[in-house]
Write a protein that binds this ligand. Structure first.
Ligand code: AMP
Length: 227
């Protein structure tokens, strides 16, 4: 059996988390979000979570030692055997090198490994992230694109919505700069291997998803029954 590994790249607000979740359902693979795993560690007050919090609030990258151990542990679970979708990792050269080393032993030539870049402009990212609101129950809204029925109140549980600390304007700019300087250059590696799939993210969610699937189908042998 071959593996399907999709690495989802894109600046903040590009919708990579949403696309990763949609792909996960279709391909019946786990979507692994580093941001979510880190927020979980912080919520349960673990050692890693407490160390990561200060960086996350400021919109900075959490130190590699912490992310590496989270990824290593997650990729040891059984549910990743047929593959997985990784959102938010790698974000710098060190992480990419570590991931390639980690996958090295388990990945075969005929596995489907692709980097999917969901591209949006900085202005679009700023507009989108500025309106993002979350709820403690896990629901995510956007004041303009997917507003709750009642102003700033969660449709699902009735709690008050709030903006993530790292969605505040100063943190957004910092995160975009980091994306361009540290993460974007990683795409060259996948481009050279002919493993990069570029997607225009400035469209509707379903259109983006359809294009990802179309391009994946063209490229590889991902089981078409899943779609
Ligand atoms: P996200 O939910 O993907 O926007 O991630 C939220 C925050 O988690 C980021 O702003 C970083 O502080 C941290 N984070 C997520 N992924 C990584 C990573 N690969 N390396 C370092 N920090 C990360």
């Amino acid at each position: 059996m071959f593996k399907t590994i999709l690495l989802i790249f894109g600046p903040q607000g590009s919708g990579k988390g949403t696309q990763a979740e949609m792909l996960a359902k279709k391909l019946k693979l786990p979507a692994i979000s580093l941001g979510k795993l880190l927020r979980y560690e912080s919520d349960i007050g673990s050692n890693i979570g407490r160390q990561a919090e200060a960086y996350m609030e400021k919109g900075e990258l959490v130190p590699d030692g912490l992310t590496e151990s989270i990824v290593r542990n997650r990729l040891q679970k059984e549910d990743v055997l047929a593959g997985f979708i990784l959102d938010g990792y790698p974000r710098n050269k060190y992480q990419q090198d570590e991931l390639i080393k980690l996958l090295g032993e388990s990945v075969k030539d005929n596995d489907n490994i692709y980097a999917i870049e969901i591209w949006i402009s900085d202005q679009e990212a700023i507009d989108r992230i500025g309106g993002r609101r979350i709820c403690d129950c896990g629901a995510v809204y956007h004041l303009k694109y997917s507003p709750p029925k009642k102003d700033e109140i969660c449709d699902l549980c009735g709690r008050k919505l709030y903006a993530r600390d790292d969605d505040q304007p100063s943190a957004i700019n910092k995160r975009l700069k980091l994306y361009h300087s540290e993460t974007e250059p990683l795409l060259n590696y996948w481009l050279k291997k002919n493993k990069l799939i570029k997607i225009n993210g400035e469209r509707k969610i379903n259109e983006i998803q359809n294009e990802i699937i179309k391009k994946l189908k063209k490229r590889n042998r991902i089981s078409y029954d899943y779609y």
